[in-house]
Design a protein around this ligand. Structure first.
Ligand code: HMG
Ligand code: MG
Length: 284
């Protein structure tokens, strides 16, 4: 049975990229294998980015080679450019994601280029992915506010969200990268986006800086969104976004989903075992 709400687990990528220390390849594989047994349909296992920029993800290919694949589960990875896509394809990723910013300041800090230039780098990724029949997801960061540029105009976020969909991405994950969102600011954004983007093309990606993430999930559910990115045991952050804390904890999202009378398909006992692995990593 297809659950009402899809959880997209990002702990192995978003969680582990932000740690000051390094997590061993074996520990990453253990974590992903634990998550694979929990009922997720998509797990973001790693990213194929420059190891100079994010050394924590330098072992992306080794991680992909070491995991035990669960049938029906798509293992995803971030790919900022064609080099990343080719590496991800060779490593056997089932889907990839391009990642743009709704603010120029964060685009420069995270991708070393303007937003428009980042789209020029995504174009060959989307073309190659189409040829290889690999689905492409997308992220749009700083949809509420940016530590460099201040509040984001919902119309500007909507412009870039449309561009990602027009480029061929099957879903745009809305990144409140620094956890600045409140129910009011998210509502203003969703009202703008949902004028002409269907809710099933959007996902919520909330970082829990100010403790509002669960409220943002609840509001998004009420506005019709049915996919949320979350991180096992709340692992998370972003190395190029000062102040970005952990992603919203997967278990917290499940509680909100259940409180709305919706199903999620996650095995809570298996998730508890993955949480134990995740908490062990934070003590590495
Ligand atoms: P650059 O320095 O402008 O690009 O970086 P470059 O083309 O000059 O490449 C620099 C070096 O990296 C070269 O190597 C390239 O070959 C190599 P060198 O000649 O110096 O030895 N390189 C690569 N190596 C491996 N894989 C690749 C790759 N590309 C180039 N794919 C670049 C531009 C985009 C590469 C860089 O800025 C980058 O890797 N950025 C990624 C930063 C990142 O991963 N941030 C975290 C993820 S985003 C996030 O967390 C937000 C999100 O969670 C949503 C939210 O919360 O809002 C998704
Ligand atoms: Mg993030």
């Amino acid at each position: 049975m297809i659950p009402d709400v899809a959880l997209f687990e990002v702990g192995p990528r978003d969680g582990l990229q932000s740690r000051g220390g390094m997590v061993s390849t074996e520990s990453k594989i253990d974590l992903i294998d634990g998550l694979s047994r929990s009922g997720f349909r998509r797990i973001e296992a790693t990213s194929f980015v420059s190891p100079r920029w994010v050394p924590q993800m330098a072992d992306a290919a080794e991680v992909m080679a070491g995991i035990e694949r669960c049938p029906g589960l798509r293992y995803a990875a971030l790919t900022p450019n064609l080099t990343g896509f080719e590496r991800a394809l060779a490593a056997g990723c089932d889907e990839v994601a391009v990642f743009a910013s709704a603010s120029e300041g964060f685009s420069r800090a995270n991708l070393n280029c303007s937003i428009e230039e980042s789209f020029a780098r995504f174009a060959p990724v989307l073309a190659a992915a189409k040829d290889a029949d690999v689905p492409v997801r997308s992220y749009l960061s700083m949809v509420i506010a940016c530590p460099f540029d201040g509040p984001t105009d919902p119309a500007v976020a909507a412009h870039w969200a449309h561009r990602l969909i027009e480029a061929g991405c099957y879903e745009v994950s809305l990144g409140d990268t620094i956890g600045a969102g409140t129910p009011d600011t998210l509502d203003a954004l969703l009202r703008t986006l949902l004028v002409d983007i269907a809710p099933d093309r959007l996902a919520g990606h909330f970082h829990d800086t100010t403790g509002h993430a669960a409220e943002l999930v609840a509001l998004s559910l009420e506005r019709g969104l049915r996919c949320f990115d979350a991180s096992v045991a709340g692992l998370g952050g972003c190395p190029y976004a000062p102040g970005a804390p952990g992603n919203v904890d997967t278990r917290r999202v499940l509680e909100v989903v259940e409180a709305h009378g919706l199903s999620h398909g996650i095995d809570l006992d298996a998730l508890a075992r993955a949480e134990t692995i995740a908490r062990g990593l934070t003590r590495d």
